[in-house]
Design a protein around this ligand. Structure first.
Ligand code: GDG
Length: 513
């Protein structure tokens, strides 16, 4: 049976056995901002919010997040609570207030200058700063207090998102052993040799072992995590069941690949595709050449300079391709307070300038670079108009752009050029898989994409689309919530040995929860 929003809502309503569902994520699903004298409520577009917002609506849960909008305080009560969505209040958004110093240390500092480069085996060296670590710990504590305040007096399942909260699960479990805690880690987990350089590795691992279920996109990241724990901590790693037992408490470690919202794609379909494309080309200032397209946050893990160098190499080796395509790169500015990100921005600007100068003329530029954030109203027309979408991450947990491109191609045309070092490459094997570090191979794949016969495009695209259709974001959330339900309700055979409200709770065994 296909996974739909309705099926996910059904799971949320029925499987949690009356336990309250609390989601913890750095980002809010609704942000209030000042607009002159008025307050506006915005919905930031992200796969995570589209999947989890209906779940929380269905079970009237709580979303705990950093209140970052300039009108967030004005819109919330004295406890930082606001009922959302504004047009049909169905669940609680609980905002946690952070000082500028806390955001600097916890978010920019430890999460994004230490954990992000540590987990992505790319080019940036992690920066381990003791003051950032202290702030990270303090902010995790602040979130733990907020969650504990929300779950007072009843059973609850807490669904933690990402690397901003590695310490939170243990804090929650110490205070409330009866809580079911699950955590999705959206980025890769590196091998144990890499992770051991972190001066606080033991505390991070112990924090994560507060979870009942810890989930990554792919099995490889699960294995890396288990090996890291095996090496660093006193614990029993069970390789047959992918679980860690420490102090009599078990954490299950499972892959669950994230995906995209099919409703978002369906909702963006144009009435007249040709008119849409004409409007897009006019906006971009490009004529009728085939478009190669890249969409990324400007992040050093995404391999944007490597992609530009591959375009350069293609045009150098095959000058006959000049004026035969345009490469459109959308680069949303990201984490610009961090020096490594500012340097990357400068490197990209310089490469675009240099390559356009080398190969272009006054009527044609090989690269059009849009260095700003764009929503689905530009991205989906771009995906639909593209001859190929190019994803060249040096390392990526999943990569949703690859899946969005495939979902957008109802015409079964277009080629996906995809880095082998993305989680998505495990599922999307009908893409042209590349090593972004191998510039000649990469340039060859761009050429192959530009000349691929329509029949081969269609054959590949049909299989890619089937994969993305079967494994959408509703399935991701549904599988994880079903697992939480089993942990709350004890429907499986094996017990953790933990007493929960006088009941011996059960957890999952064997196959993926
Ligand atoms: C992490 C992991 C993993 C909207 N406007 C723009 C834009 N968007 C949307 C895209 C897409 C999303 O942002 C970016 O998706 P990624 O998968 O590349 O995400 P990361 O931000 O690196 O997130 C990643 C993900 O978590 C989910 O678990 O897949 O591996 O690193 O939905 O449509 N993107 C860009 N410019 C815009 O203007 N670049």
């Amino acid at each position: 049976m296909a996974w739909t929003r309705d099926r996910l809502e059904e799971v949320a309503r029925t499987r949690l056995g009356g336990a309250k569902l609390v989601v913890v994520a750095n980002r809010e699903p609704y942000i209030h901002t000042c607009d002159g004298d008025d307050i506006r409520c915005l919905r930031p577009a992200s796969g995570l919010t589209t999947a989890l917002d209906p779940v929380l609506r269905a079970c009237r849960g709580v979303w705990v997040a950093h209140g970052s909008g300039d009108a967030d305080r004005a819109a919330a009560d004295e406890h930082g609570r606001v009922a959302v969505p504004p047009e049909d209040p169905s669940y609680t958004l609980r905002r946690v207030w952070l000082t500028k110093e806390e955001v600097e240390g916890y978010y920019y500092g430890f999460a994004n200058e230490a954990l992000w480069p540590l987990c992505h085996i790319a080019c940036a060296r992690p920066r381990f700063d003791a003051a950032d670590w202290e702030r990270y710990r303090a902010v995790n504590r602040k979130f733990a207090d907020a969650v504990l305040g929300e779950v007072r007096g009843g059973p609850a399942a807490v669904f933690v998102q990402d690397y901003h909260y590695a310490l939170l699960p243990r804090m929650l479990k110490d205070a409330r052993p009866d809580l079911v805690v699950l955590h999705f880690w959206h980025i890769p987990w590196p091998n144990r040799e890499v992770f051991r350089i972190c001066p606080w590795q033991e505390e991070l691992l112990d924090g994560l072992l507060g979870n009942d279920l810890l989930s990554f996109h792919i099995q490889y990241h699960c294995n890396n995590f288990l090996e890291t724990v095996d090496r660093a901590l006193e614990s029993r790693v069970d390789w047959d069941r992918f679980a860690v037992t420490r102090g009599g408490k078990t954490t299950w470690v499972r892959p669950q690949p994230i995906s995209i919202d099919p409703d978002l794609v369906a909702g963006s379909l144009p009435e007249d595709p040709r008119k849409e494309e004409r409007r897009l080309r006019k906006r971009l200032g490009v004529r009728d050449q085939p478009l190669l397209v890249g969409v990324d946050r400007v992040d050093y893990t995404k391999g944007i300079p490597e992609r530009l160098r591959a375009v350069d190499r293609l045009l150098t080796l095959h000058p006959d391709f000049r004026r035969k395509f345009t490469f459109v790169q959308v680069g949303a500015p990201s984490r610009v307070h961090i020096p490594a990100y500012r340097r990357l921005g400068e490197e990209i600007d310089a490469l675009v300038e240099e390559i356009n100068w080398r190969h272009g003329n006054h009527t044609w530029r090989p690269i059009v670079y849009l260095n700003e954030h764009h929503g689905p109203e530009l991205l989906f027309p771009l995906y639909r108009a593209a001859a190929a979408c190019v994803v060249s991450s040096l390392h990526d947990g999943m990569n949703l752009v690859a899946k969005e491109f495939v979902a957008a191609r109802g015409d079964h045309r277009g080629v996906l050029v995809l880095s082998r070092f993305t989680g998505a490459a495990q599922e999307l094997s009908d893409a042209l898989l590349i090593n972004p570090y191998a510039v000649d191979e990469f340039a060859g794949a761009l050429r192959q994409a530009l000349v691929m016969p329509a029949a081969e495009q269609e054959r590949r695209m049909r299989r890619l689309r089937q994969q993305v259709e079967d494994n959408n974001i509703y399935r991701w959330a549904g599988m994880l919530l079903s697992a939480a339900g089993k942990l709350v309700g004890g429907r499986d055979e094996e017990s953790t040995g933990h007493e929960r409200n006088g009941v011996r709770p059960q957890v999952l065994v064997g196959s993926a929860p």
